[in-house]
Write a protein that binds this ligand. Structure first.
Ligand SMILES: [Zn+2]
Length: 61
């Protein structure tokens, strides 16, 4: 079990593939959702661009 992060910049997790990083890389994208800010890694961002701009919208996230 891991303790709750208390630092101001906790590790980030890609909300799509689960990839983690010590800090939010600039290449990651974030989107504000009702549940909070979700971060998506650069790979997923690129992979999802087509979906985002296509038929699938935020409901898919
Ligand atoms: Zn990802």
């Amino acid at each position: 079990m891991e303790p709750e992060p208390t630092v101001s910049r906790p590790p980030v997790t890609c909300s799509h593939c689960g990839a983690t990083a010590a800090d939010a890389p600039l290449t990651w994208s974030s989107s504000t959702r009702p549940r909070g800010v979700q971060l998506v890694c650069d790979r997923c961002t690129r992979a999802n661009l087509r979906s985002i701009e296509g038929k699938l919208d935020e409901a898919w996230w």
